[in-house]
Design a binder for this molecule. Structure first.
Ligand code: C2O
Ligand code: CU
Length: 451
């Protein structure tokens, strides 16, 4: 095996550089000689980025796409899809572009599209306090300007647990033309198999997936060219599973480039992160570090995909990303709003003792800075998600983050206290909820009303 130090980018997981059997007909040099004379195993499906949506508008600063939400069978399940593909089409635009999306609802039931992480006008949010969804057989056009670079996603916000689980999700990429262009990109969406029905009927059934689908495939093989740098944009679209990766180079999280790269990431449901992946010739198995709703576990690592590089080139040099290092804003000390997450799978989940939809919205004034403190005395992690605005993490259990961290989804551990700063600059009745969708469905949602 090649010593770890020679690897430009090591495979994530507790066993980062596990050589895997390579097919004899691909002529990929393996660092370990294989004496395998048995018939080659069936080739793993190739991991590719989801197909991108067609732009219907020739104007360079408008991305106009059509999304048809309809029943679709995938992974052996009668589910749903946008444009007959799971994940749905990737929407790729640039900062400042106008996005126009014609949604055609052929699901036979109401739906909507929420633009997770994008600061949209309230009427375009696809979700909210007493807002009607798009009815069966109806159409709706979402349109707004993309003001923030990063990797975002879209999904229904009506019957969310059920519709997302069965395949309605896709990635929205907003590029910043000032960032370096690398050799290629890989868009990777992690999801559990569509099996939520059991936990929908009985909330005490553990909704955590034990196997993962990667772009809808089970244990596919990624076959990048050795010697290339790949920008890997990752989304955890699962209802309730965590994907934890070690020994990687994390360059971006929810809201675009970080101030400095990181070596590990935990993707809670709804989270995104980007990796710089310097491909060398070493085959790898990429496993997720074991995690559950209660945090890190001793369970075995879960296989995600293998990497079968093509060619023998060495890893390329690191990319000079325009990181802008900044420390976190100093905590002003006062607290404007408090949320306490309580409950259990058996009893249901609550924020401040209120169960959606029997909630009273918290009203703040437009333009104010809100210091929000969240406590989680419950027995599970809860990824906190705010619509319409990002927030800055001031501290976790009293400790400020090592760099300025701006997020729209933040995992909150058991017994943790997190302090956040929100610039309440977008008027609307914005949803706040746990992104473990069975928790949200069982009551862990409220409204942050900016007026
Ligand atoms: Cu990704 Cu309110 O959701
Ligand atoms: Cu939760």
């Amino acid at each position: 095996m090649i010593p770890l130090a020679l690897l430009g980018c090591t495979g994530p997981g507790p066993t980062p550089a596990t050589p895997v059997d390579t097919d004899t007909d691909t002529e990929v040099p393996s660092p370990t000689p294989t004496a395998d004379t048995a018939a080659p195993a069936p080739e793993a499906p190739t991991l590719l980025s989801p197909a991108e949506a067609l732009d219907l508008d020739p104007a360079p600063d408008v991305l106009h796409v059509s999304l048809v939400a309809a029943p679709h069978t995938w992974d052996g399940v009668d589910g749903y899809a946008y444009n007959n593909q799971v994940p749905g089409p990737t929407l790729r635009a640039r900062v400042g572009d106008t996005l126009v999306v014609d949604l055609d609802n052929q699901l036979g039931m109401p739906t909507s599209i929420h633009w997770h992480g994008v600061d949209v006008p309230f009427a375009m949010d696809g979700a909210g306090w007493q807002v009607s969804p798009v009815g069966a057989g109806e159409t709706f056009t979402y349109t707004f300007t993309l003001e923030q670079a990063g990797t975002f996603w879209y999904h229904p916000h009506f019957d969310t647990e059920h519709q997302v689980d069965l395949g309605l999700y896709g990635v929205l990429i907003v590029e910043d033309p000032a960032e370096p262009v690398v050799d290629s990109e890989l868009v990777v969406v992690f999801d559990g198999p569509a099996e939520v029905a059991a936990s929908e009927e009985d909330p005490t059934v553990d909704p955590t997936p034990t196997t993962w689908l990667v772009n809808g495939l089970r244990e596919p093989a990624w076959r990048p060219n050795a010697g290339e740098t790949v920008r890997v944009r990752m989304l955890n679209a699962s209802n309730a599973g965590y994907v934890a990766l070690d020994d990687v180079r994390v360059i971006a999280r929810d809201r675009g480039l970080l101030g400095a790269p990181d070596a590990a990431v935990v993707l809670a449901p709804g989270d995104r992160a980007e990796l710089e992946w310097a491909v060398d010739a070493t085959p790898l198995a990429v496993d997720a570090v074991p995690w559950s709703l209660a945090g890190p576990t001793v369970n075995p690592a879960v296989p995600l995909f293998t990497v079968e590089p093509v060619g023998a080139s060495e890893a390329p040099e690191p990319v000079a990303w325009p990181f802008s290092p900044a420390g976190p804003t100093a905590d002003p000390g006062h607290t404007d709003l408090r949320y306490t997450f309580t409950g259990s799978a058996a009893a249901g989940w609550e924020i401040n003792g209120q169960t959606w939809p029997a909630i009273a919205p918290d009203v703040v004034s437009l333009g104010s800075e809100i210091i929000l403190e969240i406590r989680n005395p419950s027995p599970a992690h809860h990824p906190f998600h705010l619509h319409g605005m990002a927030f800055e993490v001031l501290s976790i259990d009293g400790v400020p983050p090592a760099q300025r961290l701006t997020e729209d989804t933040l995992d909150i551990g058991v017994q943790e206290t997190v302090r956040l700063r929100i610039e309440a600059d977008n008027p609307g009745d914005w949803m706040i909820h746990c992104h473990i969708l069975p928790h949200a469905e069982d009551g862990m949602m409220t409204v942050f009303s900016v007026q």
